[in-house]
Design a protein around this ligand. Structure first.
Ligand code: ZN
Length: 293
């Protein structure tokens, strides 16, 4: 069988026509959605059998729109919190310079950071749940496979590898800005931060970067899916692109992106979610020990 880049590109996008009933379906379907006939597996289907596909347009919308939407929601929430805090302080009798000083002090506090950060995630997840309304059964099906347990191994492996890589890079690097903001919140709200980091944040990130980005790019080429999947995941975790110090953390984020893509490719979305949750649980536990011990 011919197996080259162009062939696969077509395999990933060209609607599949059922030989039995003539119905056209997404090339990722393993059986006809109309008559139920099992399709002969193409190389693309064989190499993608652990992935969950939502249809190319939805995957593209999720990868392009997911991050932008999350940023937009954060912006709106942070404007709302600012306006609310300002009006509370104003009603408390503060004006002018005293008001701006109290306001900026509140906005950089851990409770304001936690409020903005986590209500943005809550709103984003609600919108995501609505967007994926019809796809949840298909997504949750991936959790039924035993392969999901591979996710734990990917998570532990990623944790050990990033520990080794960051200790190597720590020779030059200061703690990342991401880390400092997190430490402030972790210290004041350890239980909330633990629950959000381990269970909630990975849902949003796995949806955008694996269900959306990786699935879509895999239709084009597996190499592109890994390379762009890892690079974009690393880019969005960078907090200051002009900081040389922050760039020293780039390889660690890049490794994280690549390993989570591999977890998705080999153990499905359930597996990459578990890998992400396991990694975050180990990282936050080390963090909590560092802060409270
Ligand atoms: Zn059919």
């Amino acid at each position: 069988m011919q197996w080259d880049w162009a062939k696969q590109w077509l395999d990933g996008f060209r609607p599949h026509k059922c030989p039995e009933c003539g119905a056209e379906s997404d090339p990722t379907e393993t059986k006809c959605p109309r008559c139920g006939k099992d399709f002969e597996a193409t190389p693309f289907m064989r190499s993608s059998r652990n992935l969950t596909f939502l249809g190319a347009p939805k995957e593209l919308a999720l990868s392009l729109g997911g991050y932008v939407l999350l940023m937009f929601v954060s912006l709106v929430v942070s404007l709302a919190v600012t306006a609310l805090a300002q009006s509370v302080l104003w009603q408390g009798g503060l004006t002018g310079a005293a008001l701006s000083e109290a306001l900026s002090k509140y906005l950089s506090s851990s409770s304001a950071l936690a409020l903005v950060n986590y209500s943005s995630y809550a709103i984003f997840l609600l919108l995501l749940a609505l967007f994926l309304w019809k796809d949840w059964p298909r997504i949750l099906k991936s959790f039924h496979s035993k392969r999901v347990l591979l996710g734990f191994a990917f998570g532990v492996g990623l944790f050990l590898l990033s520990l080794a890589l960051s200790s190597l890079l720590a020779i030059w690097a200061e703690p990342s800005q991401n880390q400092e903001t997190n430490d402030l919140m972790t210290k004041d709200f350890p239980v909330l931060v633990f629950l959000m980091t381990v269970f909630v944040v990975p849902i949003a990130e796995e949806a955008i970067y694996r269900l959306g980005l990786f699935s879509f790019l895999k239709r084009v080429s597996p190499i592109l899916a890994y390379v762009l999947g890892a690079i974009l995941f690393a880019m969005v975790h960078m907090h200051d692109l002009s900081s040389a110090n922050e760039w020293l953390n780039f390889p660690v984020y890049l490794l994280g992106g690549a390993v989570l893509c591999a977890a998705y490719d080999h153990s499905g979305i359930g597996g990459s979610y578990l890998a992400h949750a396991t990694y975050n649980a180990l990282a936050i536990t080390i963090n909590l020990i560092g802060i409270f011990a």
